[in-house]
Design a protein around this ligand. Sequence first.
Ligand code: CO
Length: 211
Amino acid sequence: MENYYNSLLVNNKRWVAQKLEEDPDFFNKLAKGQKPPVLWIGCSDSRVPANEIIGAPPGEVFVHRNIANMVVHSDMNLLSVLDYAVNVLEVKHIIVCGHYGCGGVQTAMTNVHVGLIDNWIRHIKDVYRMNYDELHVIQDAKARVNRFVEINVFEQVCNLAKTSIVQGAWERRSDLHLHGWVYDVADGLIKDLEVTLNDNSSLQNVYKLDI
Ligand code: CO
């Protein structure tokens, strides 16, 4: 374990040397500031590292990750990241990226009691309840979980659209796009769910804000 821990710091030094060899100004440029075009909202799962799977270098992706890539409208962490990304950094794309085989999503579909995390999983259970009938037409259990992963991503894209932050930005500019993706840990490929939202027109009326 100690060797493993030390290797992380050794790897860091090697990475710095490699970056400087490729571009002596690499860190000087990054030190000047950031203007990332993308906000990534993904799962905390260790197999889904945001930058790496889309080939994005440091400086390109502002990242928020939590269990099962949830957009919870009372989560101050999420709201703060979203506000900063949209209103200060002025990102053009917000990508909610779920992944097949998501442990949080799987657990939400069972009666398993994990502990404190049950209270976070509750948010996913609410989405499960709303889509229960549609999901249980699917006979194969794995296919049902995977479909729920996709449905949950779409629900979180809608949750973004319902925020005053995103609706406020849409009122001021037309270049903010919300996307839903699912990453497959089994082959590394991303599926674009093609549920992109560019304005609040598809929201149920009750969620539209007069901004
Ligand atoms: Co997950």
